[in-house]
Design a protein around this ligand. Structure first.
Ligand code: NDP
Length: 339
């Protein structure tokens, strides 16, 4: 093990879309674990859309980062030093770490990673926070019933790809919006979506929905907001449920966008629109992990990760979320198993 560590800091608060200037790579010493902590060598780190919110000086559900702060996020790492009886050196764990080569994690807050269940990087996607978000957001907020039509935006991403497959397992018709033909083909050919709309090459989303969701929309799982959501709101059925999970189309906006208001559409159909935060379901994470792992093991739930190589490329991986570079979960491989 070397003495040097590298970690990414927030260099400046971005205005609009972040770029490389928002980030700085700093050399530090490898940290010492305190009692109850583990020192891990990071194998994979997760970049997530919500991190854009942490770059803003504004109160939110995730605490803002200050300029100069180390960037934090989900990691999979190998324990190299332990100050806890719960884990040994060599164990693979997942928890909240840093964009760094090495990180200390609180042993009480980590979960074991079992490569026999899935590749370690899947613990940042389908078997991690995004998978749990899909599970609770769809089943508890969306409340799909067999025969319902479920529309998902951001459908080929980490959360959306799991939402659509769980909806299929619940006997629904599933329609996804995604930003390339490669993505829409993946949704229909590999994941079993009934229809998928490439929103970048389609002009009229309402007409596309007339074809893809001819019986209207019973559940809308919204990951993106913007014009896709405007169109879906006009197609909601009586008693429809809208799970507002993310609004990535607006994360780089500096002002709250205004425009034709869609709320009147909700009145006649008595639709329910509900925001969700995965953390609110923390007491039931065990249930979600067990069911998601079961579906992965049985082959009912496919997953894919887009891997960017090298800690030095973590900002690129993050920025790529806003241009749709990822299919499935975007992760960064920081170190290989044999190192
Ligand atoms: P994804 O893996 O889906 O990556 C983001 C995707 O968003 C991109 O691949 C891109 O795909 C799409 N996208 C980017 N910009 C736009 C745009 N302007 N319009 C439409 N689509 C766009 O990310 P996650 O699965 O991790 O997260 C999905 C959403 O869920 C995010 O909004 C995130 O913030 C939210 N989230 C919320 C949680 C909660 O507790 N509420 C927890 C976890 C995630 P494409 O090529 O299709 O454009």
């Amino acid at each position: 093990m070397t003495d040097t560590n590298r970690e990414w800091l927030l260099a400046e608060r971005p205005t609009g879309e972040p770029d490389q200037d928002s980030f700085e790579l700093r050399e530090t010493e490898v940290p010492d674990p305190d009692p109850g902590e583990l020192l891990v060598r990071v194998r994979y780190l997760s970049v997530d859309p919500y991190m854009r919110g942490r770059m803003r000086d504004a109160e939110s559900y995730a605490e803002p980062w200050d300029v100069g702060d180390a960037l934090k996020g989900g990691v999979v790492g190998e324990v190299v030093e332990t100050e806890s009886d719960a884990y040994d050196a060599g164990d693979l764990v997942t928890g909240e770490g840093r964009w760094a080569d090495y990180a200390t994690l609180d042993a009480d807050d980590v979960a074991p990673v079992d490569p026999a269940v899935a590749d370690p990087e899947a613990y940042l996607g389908v078997l991690g926070m995004p998978g749990r978000t899909a599970y609770f957001g769809l089943l508890d907020v969306g409340e799909p019933k067999p025969g319902d039509t479920v529309v998902v935006s951001g459908a080929a991403g980490a959360v959306g790809s799991v939402v659509g497959q769980i909806a299929k397992l619940n006997g629904c018709r599933v329609v996804g919006f995604a930003g390339s033909d490669e993505k829409t083909d993946w949704l229909t050919d590999d994941l079993g979506f009934d229809a998928a709309i490439n929103y970048k090459t389609t002009d009229d989303y309402r007409a596309a929905l007339d074809e893809a969701a001819p019986d209207g929309v019973d559940v809308y799982f919204d990951n993106v907001g913007g014009p896709i959501t405007d169109a879906v709101f006009t197609k909601l059925n009586l008693d429809a449920r809208v799970a507002v999970c993310g609004q990535i189309a607006h994360y780089n906006d500096e002002t709250v966008p205004t425009g034709p208001r869609k709320l009147p559409q909700l009145i006649s159909v008595r639709a329910r629109v509900q925001g969700l935060l995965v953390g609110d379901f923390a007491t039931r994470f065990g249930e979600a992990s067990e069911r998601l792992a079961g579906w992965v093991a049985s082959g009912d739930l496919e997953h894919r990760e887009t891997v960017v190589e090298g800690l030095e490329n973590a900002p690129d991986a993050f920025l790529g979320l806003f241009s749709g570079d990822n299919i499935g979960k975007q992760v960064v491989r920081v170190s290989a198993a044999e190192q």
